[in-house]
Write a protein that binds this ligand. Sequence first.
Ligand code: DLZ
Length: 161
Amino acid sequence: MASALHNLSDYDAKSVPSAKGMKFGIVVANWNDRFTYAMRDGAIQTLVANGAEESDIEIFHVPGSFELIYGATKMLDSGKYDAIIAIGCVIRGETPHFDYICQGTTHGLAELNLRGQIPVIYGLLTCNNTDQAEARCGGILGNKGDECAVTAIKMVAFGKA
Ligand code: DLZ
């Protein structure tokens, strides 16, 4: 059962359909790259572990999390992918900027899902500090990228059923 402190890398392999033949686009924010690249690498590793070909995974980098919306939109409109994974990490600073980026990015990615074309997976970490990000990017709480990969595979299978 998933909960807030569920290890993000734990999943029941039997519940994951084969990703063979599925095509994935991953859009990654460079801001806080220490964390976003760990999520990106975790996502790739988990997609491949579940049957995806590396040649069926394309990666695009954008400057910050807010640009994930444009990046994901372009990838979606290309028609090349069965799912898109959007990966970013926003860490709270001194001003309300954090809230605007989190809300704007979340709404933007949600709107792409409302189009009902392909799933756009929400890999945006919204953390109060670097310790929280560390814990979720290969630390004590696993890797958010692994969770996104498993979710992407399940949603592609769901969309094709
Ligand atoms: C400006 C900004 C700030 C303060 N913090 C973050 C952050 O923690 N994580 C992130 O991914 N991006 C941040 N950005 C950059 C914005 O997402 C965006 O790139 C800029 O506002 C330019 O549109």
